[in-house]
Design a protein around this ligand. Structure first.
Ligand code: NAI
Ligand code: A1CAB
Length: 270
């Protein structure tokens, strides 16, 4: 991270902002950083970095080795024309936008533009994200290593040679934190219905999901075995799992939810 090249962040919202915090924490030098963010409230205040509202305001001569594209898929068309001038030899574009394909970026930035398509997730804010990346034509090993370095500042990084998996990746890990937070909400609500005071129900649901996540992270046992470890024969958990693992339980729900998210990712491609 220590000043191997310059970095441009385009869009400093929830994901861009979370990644930026990680980079600064890992020692990214402000002099090597530029940020384009039109939203006054989201514009970070970093002494020594070029933080601007629009691409035209970037300092002349600022040529990043990596330009991270972190705007909404629906806004990407507005952003690409201004970035075309960077699509020369020096810059690799690292997009984190849902749905947008490598082909889409090459159409918008020029056929020779070097694109890495990536899908991170919001646990990046606490350095526990996971990102899957795929490189388009012409991306150098050095640029891939630089992307790995940037993304591993906020969590685990996997590369795939197959762009076709990215819609499913988006549905599972990109959107996945929302499913887990919904699980907390649902457990708390069910706890209230079972007789708990609301604040105790939420405390228990949050602590249980957070603690189980940490156990999963640290343990070498599979998720299935960790589940079995909780489930005493003839006990309480087994009764709940009969319902959650039935034909109308959690698996068919997840099958259709993840398929719906992957379908939406494909729709966002254009
Ligand atoms: N939020 C999430 O959990 C994840 C989001 N993503 C992807 O990350 C991207 C950003 O998503 P969020 O951070 O959630 O959205 P966001 O709305 O929080 O951030 C987008 C930012 O882009 C800025 N922006 C708008 N027009 C711009 C322009 N012309 N130039 C520069 N910046 C501009 C906005 O002011 C905003 O701050 C999306 O493409 C999304 O698909 C990927 C993985 C997870
Ligand atoms: O909901 C979305 O479209 C973005 C992409 C993955 C997570 N949030």
């Amino acid at each position: 991270m220590a000043g191997r090249g310059k970095l441009l962040l385009v869009g400093c919202g929830k994901m861009g902002g979370a990644m930026l915090e990680g980079w600064l924490e890992q020692g990214l030098k402000p002099a090597d950083l530029a940020v384009i963010e039109p939203g006054e409230a989201s514009r970070p205040k970093i002494d020594g970095a070029a933080v601007v509202a629009a691409v035209d305001a970037l300092p002349a001569g600022f040529v990043p080795d990596i330009a991270v594209l972190a705007v909404k898929p629906q806004t990407m068309n507005d952003v690409l024309p201004g970035l075309r001038r960077l699509a020369g030899d020096a810059t690799t574009f690292l997009s984190i936008a849902a749905g947008k394909t490598i082909g889409y970026f090459r159409a918008g930035l020029g056929e020779d533009a070097r694109i890495v398509r990536a899908m991170p997730n919001t646990p990046a804010a606490v350095r526990r994200g996971v990102t899957v990346c795929v490189a388009g034509p012409g991306v150098s090993e050095l640029a891939k290593a630089r992307c790995t370095e940037l993304l591993s500042a906020v969590g685990d990084v996997l590369w795939t040679p197959d762009e076709g998996v990215m819609d499913a990746v988006t549905a599972v890990s990109g959107s996945g934190p929302a499913y887990v937070f919904l699980l907390v909400e649902a457990m708390a609500e069910a706890g209230i219905k079972a007789g708990l005071p609301a604040d105790m129900a939420m405390t228990l649901a949050r602590a249980t999901v957070a603690g189980s996540g940490e156990l999963l992270r640290r343990s070498s046992e599979s998720a299935a075995q960790l589940r079995v470890n909780v489930t005493s024969p003839g006990g309480t958990t087994a009764e709940a799992l009969k319902i959650l693992m039935s034909d109308i339980g959690i698996q068919p729900l997840f099958d259709s939810a993840i398929a719906a998210a992957a379908r939406r990712s494909k729709e966002l491609a254009g």
